[in-house]
Design a protein around this ligand. Structure first.
Ligand code: URA
Ligand code: CA
Length: 434
């Protein structure tokens, strides 16, 4: 097969066969196809798109480029959740124990945070002693016994996706819906999911800045899932402002605990109940999203979701005393208030900028090898739509190193707009794609 012919074919808007897509992905993986040919193909895809069949084939070729996690020995339907990345997005910490309490097994591979977005593993490591380095056997056993385990990614999943993503990043071909959709879905399929619930974020703090693109991406992923026999549902949710009030690792753990107790922020609770309901339906534990939601509300009200979180933290070596008494979580030395420069209504709280502020305090990594400080971050006191008076507290910075505080305060205030007009909070859940 001539690679140049396949590039030409896609350039001219034609459909590549399964074998032709295999030739490209395998050849690239094995170093037989050079970067310049693969980037020419990616650019052709950027302009010409891919058919539904091509997208499913590309996804499976990337899955087969590396290890595939076998979860067959876990009883039940394994439903994974994926978020396209947000700021202060504490949902996995809440959803895991919540849906596990409803009888859906949660076998989750998670990652660390980078840049303005956080990672579930970092958040869990806020519990002193918590370990995510499990063997696959221990991981599977824990899911069978407890219903939930979270492990750091050790297996070499979808190396072809990593390689292609690196190439797209420097050839202006990242923002192609078929390429993004195949990339995300390949990672979920390789991680062993039978069903997938996606939270596609939209807004200034998100990868997909506008709602129309977010819906297109969601539809592309749902279609790939359905073509590959994995029931997939997506919601489109707002990421103009951070989710909940807390941004930072231990601070978000506390927020997750509050939510599992039924006293968490309204937006975080709503997203968890919505995503969780779809997970419970796909997991076969309810017939409708409404019925599933009632089950989850019950698991919060009767304390079983929180009890599941406690068992899970203990099983993975974490200090579970923190669940009843957050003073067992690491705390920052300095709490610094950021106050409103004028009176009015909070009109914007730019999520990405606030994520960067938390990172500057030490809650996140600028580069992969940076150390993070679990204690630090930002707790918002006001959200979009709230009334604020001049001098009133907008947010509290939790800091250890005080050298960056002045800069962070200034940057935070740049991310906030206070308007004398009425502002309303953006709609949290904008659409459902099934
Ligand atoms: N996130 C991914 O995992 N892949 C993409 O292609 C874009 C965003
Ligand atoms: Ca949060």
């Amino acid at each position: 097969m001539q690679t140049v012919e396949l590039i030409r074919k896609k350039r001219d808007g034609k459909e590549l066969s399964t074998e032709e897509i295999r030739h490209l992905v395998q050849g690239y993986s094995e170093g037989k196809i050079p970067d310049y040919q693969m980037s020419a193909w990616a650019m052709a895809v950027f302009f010409q798109g891919m058919t539904s069949r091509e997208r499913a084939d590309l996804t499976m070729e990337m899955v087969h480029s590396g290890d595939v996690v076998k979860l067959d020995s876990i009883q039940g339907v394994k439903v994974d959740k994926h978020s396209t990345g947000g700021v202060g997005d504490t949902t996995t910490l809440v959803l895991g124990p919540l849906v596990a309490a409803a009888g859906v097994p949660v076998a989750k591979l998670s990652g660390r945070g980078l840049g303005h977005t956080g990672g579930t593993i970092d958040k869990l490591e806020s519990f002193a002693g918590f370990s995510t380095s499990l063997t696959t056997d221990a991981f599977v056993n824990q899911v069978n016994q407890l219903g939930i385990a979270v492990m750091g990614q050790t297996a070499d999943l979808t190396p072809a996706d990593k390689q292609l993503y690196g190439l797209r990043d420097v050839t202006a071909t990242v923002d192609s819906i078929p390429l993004i959709a195949s990339s995300i879905m390949s990672k979920k399929v390789a991680a062993g999911a039978d069903g997938i619930v996606l939270d596609v974020k939209t807004g200034k703090g998100a990868f997909m800045k506008d709602e129309e693109h977010a819906i297109n991406l969601a539809q592309a992923m749902v279609e790939i899932g359905s073509n590959l026999g994995r029931t997939t549902v997506a919601i489109i949710s707002d990421m103009e402002q951070p989710l909940g009030f807390a941004v930072g690792n231990a601070l978000e753990v506390k927020e997750a605990i509050d939510t599992l107790k039924g006293v968490g922020p309204e937006d975080l609770t709503e997203i968890c109940l919505t995503l969780g309901a779809h997970m419970v339906v796909i997991g076969g534990k309810a017939d409708s999203a409404e019925g599933a939601r009632r089950i989850l509300e019950e698991k919060i009200a009767d304390g079983s979701a929180l009890a599941k979180f406690r068992e899970f933290v203990e099983a993975q070596g974490g200090d579970q005393r923190a669940i009843d008494d957050p003073s067992h979580l690491t705390q920052a030395d300095h709490l610094i208030e950021v106050t409103a420069p004028s009176s009015g209504t909070v009109a914007t709280l730019e999520a990405e900028e606030i994520g960067i502020c938390a990172m500057m305090l030490g809650a996140g990594r600028e580069t992969k090898d940076d150390e993070i400080d679990y204690a630090v971050g930002i707790v918002l006191k006001k959200k979009v739509g709230d009334r604020v008076e001049e001098g009133e507290v907008l947010a509290v910075l939790h800091a250890n190193d005080q050298s960056k505080v002045g800069e962070v305060q200034a940057r935070f205030l740049q991310a906030v707009t206070i308007s004398d007009k009425l502002a309303v909070a953006p709609r949290l859940i904008k659409a459902l794609v099934t």
